[in-house]
Design a binder for this molecule. Sequence first.
Ligand code: NAD
Ligand code: UFG
Length: 340
Amino acid sequence: MKILVTGGIGYIGSHTCVELLKQGMEVVVFDNLYNAKIDVVDKIKEITGKEITFYQADMRDKESMRPIFEENKIDAVIHFAGLKAVGESVEKPLLYYQNNITGTLNLCELMKEYDCKKMIFSSSATVYGAPKTVPIKEDFPLHTTNPYGTTKLMLEQILTDFCKADPDWHVILLRYFNPIGAHPTAFIGEMPNGVPQNLIPYLTQTAMGIRKELSVFGDDYDTPDGSCIRDYIYVVDLAKAHVCAMTRIMEDQTTEPVEVYNIGTGTGTSVLELINAFEKATGVKLNYKIVGRRAGDIEKVWGNVGKANKVLGWKAETPLEDVLASAWKWQCVLREKGIM
Ligand code: NAD
Ligand code: UFG
């Protein structure tokens, strides 16, 4: 079985390649290196002892992807490639629509041309906007608050329309909650550009002394300790969800043309709880202060993951403290190498 992993040397893609290879699947990857380093290809090989085929291609340029389909019989695609920074998407909406939408349309056209009609798509819990209640179920109303989120929602719709028009198309939409952590080997992990916007990289950089202090955005929310709540999912557990979804789609077990699953732990953790867990897991004291709310933040987000547990046979299994220890180990490696 040959799987094409788009954006496969990025954060989630690289961890997923490792899990696919571990299950004996053949992996072909392409990436335009916009937000990834080429040495990740070797790291994936080092972790698994297996080969992958890498192409440098940009999905905005359809012809740059053609050799991948010419030279390989691709059975299915896991589609990670995309831009993902919420703030940047507000400033540069055209870039986001061009990259995420046009790029995916180009990819789908080639898939159709080369008779590959199975896709697992990286969606996001961002498509639920601010939910009225938690935990969030897959059938909750969808709405978005920024262009990044809108590209995800539009792509979910576009892929659904493909499946309606051609019964041979099968798509699984995975809506991730907040992916965190790094591979236990610390060979691969998240590598944010510039000042991190997300909690975990900012937290580990603060613990390392790269940032002076972590700002906790708000302690006056309607939550037990006043800080926001999220569903933090370990990236390796998340990667394994793709293997389960791939097995389901390849073994023709899907019962609907488009299936959708929440991928999270099913548990909410507040920012302050997360800081405590980090200190406990690593023994490192974190310098933080409470500041005002961050514009646009949603108070409470966590998923009902019963469908993924039952239908995909997948469950997040790594304890939060182990996940945070992996993030810290990765930060220490980045420091050793002088990267961050
Ligand atoms: P990432 O930036 O690490 O990986 C995305 C990869 O896609 C990068 O390696 C980048 O170079 C590549 N890419 C971008 N545009 C491309 C193009 N035009 N052609 C070829 N390659 C291109 O991000 P990630 O965190 O691994 O996210 C993977 C996917 O999961 C994305 O679609 C993202 O929107 C989605 N997602 C991420 C999160 C999260 O918090 N990390 C949450 C929900 C959904
Ligand atoms: N936070 C802080 N201080 C920081 C950074 C974050 O207190 O320096 C808090 C935020 O207020 C929030 C929580 O930590 O309560 C998590 O924030 P992140 O920025 O790490 O993640 P978000 O939940 O805001 O956003 C993430 C992804 C988005 C995606 C969204 C919904 O970054 O791409 O989840 O799935 F759209």
